[in-house]
Write a protein that binds this ligand. Sequence first.
Ligand code: ISC
Length: 410
Amino acid sequence: MRTAEPRLLSWPTAASPDAWARLRHLVAGALRTGRPLALWREPEASQPRLLVARALEASYTGLPPALDAQAPAGFAFFPFRDSDHNPALFLPADVQYDLAEPAVVRIAPAARELVPNLTAWLALPTPPALAWHYSTQPAPPAATEAEYTQLVRTGVAAIEAKEVVKVVTSRVAHQPLPVGFDPLAAFRELSQQYPRAFVSLVSVPGVGTWLGVSPEVLAEVTADGFFHTMALAGTQPLVPGRSPQDAIWRQKEIEEQALVARYIVSCFKQLRLREYHEAGPRTAVAGQLLHLRTDFEVDLKNVPAAASLGTDMLRLLHPTSAVGGMPKVAALEFLQRHEGYDRAYYSGFLGPVNVASPGVSRLYVNLRCLQLRPTEAVLYAGTGLTAESDPSREWQETELKLQTVAAVLG
Ligand SMILES: C=C(O[C@H]1C=CC=C(C(=O)O)[C@@H]1O)C(=O)O
C-alpha cells in the first residue's frame, strides 16, 4: 500500500515574501478557527517551526507520547499533573510551517479537508490583531515573600522529619502586560536572546497560551540513534566578567543535583539498562543563571528493546526530581498539600515528536515560562529544597528565575 504524502501549498504571489509575516498570517488563521498551535525554536537552530492541529478534539491524549519512529508525529504539551483542567495534549502535525523552508505550507493526509480553506486564507490580508487562546481556569494566586518563605520552611521541616529527601517548591507571580504586547514578537526576541534554550509558544483553546525558554532536556532521541536526558539542578547567578567554569558550588547544590542524577540512574536500572554514558556534573549556562548539569547518553544501537527505551524512560522520568522531588510520590503529595496553587503546564514537558523526521524527538521540561492572560502574564518558578535551604535565598532564586522569561515584559 502506498503511504499518503503530505500536500504542499505554495504561498500566492501577492503574499509577503517575509517568512515571519507569513508565520503571523498562519498563526492568525489557526487562532481564528479555534485550532491548537505550537511554535518552537530548538537550541542552536536558526529558524522556528510552527505546527497547527486540525482540532482540539484530535489533540487529547491519555499517555505520554511514544518516542519511536513509527509513532505519530506531533507536539507534546503535558501538564505537571494530568487532570480535566489541564489535559495531556499531543497536537498532531496536521499543518506545518518551517521558517527554514518559507515557500511552502505542509498539510498532512489526515488534515486534507483543510486544503480549500487554507488556500483561500493564504490569499487574504493578515488581520491586525491575533486572538490568542486563554485558559478557562481562574489565574492562580501570586505568593508573597512571606508566603513563599513559609512554604520553604514547611518543606525543610518535611525533609528534617524524613517525609521527603528533597522537594521542589514553586510559586507564581503576576506582571501586567506592556501596552501592545505581541507574543509572536516576544517569542522572536526570546529566540534571539537565548540561542541555547528551547523557546516555545503554545496556544490551545480553553487551555491557554504559554511562552517559555527551557534549559532542560527531559528526553531526546536523535537521528543517529542516541537517547539523551540530563540532571539539571542547583542555581546561581552568572556574574558578568567571570567565567562560568570558575563557579563554586556549595554542598547543598551539589547534593541537590546529585539526587536528580541518581534518580535518572535508578530509572535506567528499572529498565535493566547498564550501558549508558554519564558526563558531569559541570556548570551549564541558562540565560543569566548557572546550573549544575550531568548529561546522560544511551547508544540505542547497542541496547536490547531500543525501540521502546525512549518511551519507557519518558514515562519513568516525568516528573523528575528536578521539578517534584524525592521520593517521587511523597514529594508530589507534599506539593499537593502545601503548594497552594495549580501548576498546570509549568514543570510539565513539551516538544516535537517525529516532526523533523521519523525517530527524532526532543522533549523539554516546561521551565522559565509564563501563561498569558488578557491583561497580565502569570510567571512560574521553583527551587529545589534540601535540609540546608535558607528561605530568603530560595525566594531570591525564584526572583532570578522569573526574570528569564520576564525579559520580554519590558
Ligand atoms: C524548578 C525550576 O528549576 C529546576 C531546574 C534547575 C535548577 C533548579 C534548582 O536549582 O532548584 C530546579 O530544580 C524552575 O526553574 O522553576
